[in-house]
Design a binder for this molecule. Sequence first.
Ligand code: PLP
Length: 378
Amino acid sequence: MTTRIEPFKAIAISELAHRLKAEGKPVIHMEFGQPSTGAPKAAIEAAHRVLDSDAMSYWESAPLRARIAAQYHEAYGLEVAPERVILTAGASPALLLSMLAGFEAGDRIAMARPGYVAYRNTSRAIHLEPVEIDCGPETRYQLSAQMIAEMDPAPAGILIASPANPTGTILPPEELAAIAEVCKARGIRIISDEIYHGIAYGKPTPSVLEFDDEAFIVNSFSKYYSMVGWRLGWVIAPADKADTVRAYRGNLFLSPPSLSQHAALAAMDCREELEAHVETYRANRAALLEALPRMGLSSIAPPDGAFYIWADISHLTDNSLAFCERLLRDTFVATAPGLDFDPVNGHRFMRFSFAVSTPEVKEAISRMEPWFAALRSS
Ligand SMILES: Cc1ncc(COP(=O)(O)O)c(C=O)c1O
């Protein structure tokens, strides 16, 4: 059997971080993109309430689908029929189901490199062919309409994410509109991963649905809603593909977790608490943006959204995995090596996740600053 997918390399760092923590070391986890805050209070209360009364059957919540559809009106002014909302156990299955419903085996799917590791691995797992396009600072590490227009032959699809992981960059509305136009003209299907919507620091984050009603939109309660382990997300499918997505969902996963659906419905009305998390990320981002250049890391992507900073460390190493491991062993600050996100150039990059508390970010900076200074003078 051929091996089509690779494990996340950040897991090696995370395992070491947990071992060090078990030994009593003061580890700060900045390797994974997961909020440390937990679900909103009202979501937990809702879960407690239904635990005693609900048998937790196979179930897709109609009220939650309607609430998500209404959210597209509130946030983007769009009318989305609730039937087009398919609830899934997170963005990961949402991505898989969109690929299955949108493409045929052998189809080529273009995506930016660097990009989220599961894009290429999930494509490969279902026999799609990921076409990774090297994207640098000139396009803010994102695909551009021009790149898509110049692809020959045209791919069957593209996968975009704005804000993106690992860079946090946002595609401006004009570029998104141009991308949608090129894709329409060339018959290219779009999957848009909008999992970081809601976490942005000033730039607008339009949904691709504003420009292309035929796109698959992937989203989740993992990031903005701070509910990673509840495993709940959704697809907005094109009207003529919703039944296909639902059929795949039924066969592959039956239904999303019942308890999480009750909790998520309550979470959607917890704006104040959730916006407070975004304010924490904003403070963390500002602290890092100030400190990283002092540490000699001045070539960084502009983190317009999400909670990541993608930093060029080519002047310090050509082995980001060994570099992150050394940083962890010396300072107990866990970070992600760039290799997961970019198998070609990622050995020269690392990613900081700032979805932790502000005191933790400040403590991490105070430990990393002398470490980087010593490295530069050695
Ligand atoms: C860009 C992106 N898409 C999808 C996912 C998967 O999210 P979920 O927890 O909803 O499966 C992640 C997780 O980090 C991500 O960064």
